[in-house]
Design a protein around this ligand. Structure first.
Ligand code: 5GP
Length: 233
C-alpha cells in the first residue's frame, strides 16, 4: 500500500529506468496532462502511448461515469458503481480522487507505485483537483502539463463532433471549461493545442528534457562520474 512514507521513499531513491540516459539511473516520472474536455487531450494521450520509444504507461482511472460506446472497460477506465467507488476511497486505495462533471473519478494507488518503483514513467489524464492532490504528495516526481484549446468556439465544435455525449452533458462540460481553464497557473507547462502534431512534439520535448534533469538522477550521475574519474587510461 502506498502511504505518504513510501511516497517519500520513492521520491528519494533513484530507480533503474528503462529509458534512462545511457548508464545513468533515474526515478520514474509522474507525467500529468490536464485540460478542459474537448481540448484534444485524449488524442494526445493515445499518440503518446503508441510511441514505443517513449515507453509510457497510462494510469487507468476508476470512474462512476457511464461508459461511452467507444470505450472499453479496463482500457480507458475501470467503470465502477458509486458504492464500489466509495469502498475504494474508504480503504485509501486511491492516490487522488475528484468529482468532475457530476461523476467520480480516481487514480488507483497500487499500479502507480509498481510502475514508479520500476523506474518507469506514468502518464495521468486527470483534472486540476487530482493534480493538486498529487502535487501535495509527490511534487518532486510530478511534471504537469495543461492543454488549452485554440478558442472556445473550437472547444465547443470538438465536443459536438465527438457526438458521444448528450446535449445537456456537452453544455455542462462547456460551462465547466471556463473554471478548468482558469487553473493554468498550477501547471509547469502550458500548451495551446492548435495543431495536434505540434502539440505532440511539444509534449515529447518536455518529456525528454524532464528525464534529463539533474535532480532526478543525482546519485546515478554521481556514480557515473565517479566511474569516469576512476577509469584507468
Ligand atoms: P471524461 O469523462 O471526459 O473521460 O473525463 C472528464 C475529466 O475527468 C477529464 O478532465 C479527466 O482528465 C478527468 N479525470 C479522468 N480520470 C481522472 C482521475 O482519476 N482523477 C481525476 N482527478 N480526474 C480524472
Amino acid at each position: 500500500m502506498w502511504n505518504n512514507a513510501s511516497m517519500m521513499r520513492a521520491a528519494n531513491e533513484p530507480m533503474l529506468s528503462s529509458n534512462q540516459s545511457g548508464p545513468i539511473r533515474r526515478r520514474g516520472l509522474m507525467l500529468i496532462l490536464s485540460s478542459p474536455s474537448g481540448a484534444g487531450k485524449t488524442t494526445l494521450t493515445r499518440d503518446l502511448l503508441s510511441d514505443r520509444a517513449l515507453d509510457l504507461t497510462l494510469s487507468i482511472s476508476v470512474t462512476t461515469r457511464p461508459r461511452r460506446s467507444s470505450e472499453v472497460n479496463g482500457i480507458h477506465y475501470n467503470f465502477v458503481s458509486r458504492a464500489d467507488f466509495e469502498k475504494l476511497r474508504e480503504r485509501d486505495d486511491l492516490l487522488e480522487w475528484a468529482e468532475v462533471h457530476g461523476n467520480f473519478y480516481g487514480t488507483p494507488r497500487e499500479p502507480v507505485e509498481k510502475v514508479l518503483i520500476e523506474g518507469r514513467d506514468m502518464l495521468f489524464d486527470i483534472d486540476y483537483q487530482g493534480t493538486q492532490q498529487v502535487l501535495q504528495k509527490a511534487a518532486a516526481d510530478a511534471v504537469t502539463i495543461f492543454i488549452l484549446p485554440p478558442s472556445m468556439r473550437e472547444l465547443q465544435a470538438r465536443l459536438e463532433r465527438r457526438a458521444e455525449d448528450a446535449a445537456d452533458v456537452i453544455a455542462r462540460r462547456l460551462e465547466n471549461a471556463r473554471n478548468e481553464i482558469s487553473r493554468w497557473p498550477m501547471y509547469d507547462y502550458v500548451i495551446v493545442n492548435e495543431d495536434i502534431e505540434q502539440a505532440l512534439n511539444e509534449v515529447r520535448s518536455i518529456i525528454v528534457a524532464e528525464r534529463l534533469r539533474r535532480v532526478r538522477s543525482e546519485s546515478g550521475i554521481a556514480g557515473f562520474v565517479q566511474s569516469l574519474l576512476d577509469e584507468p587510461l
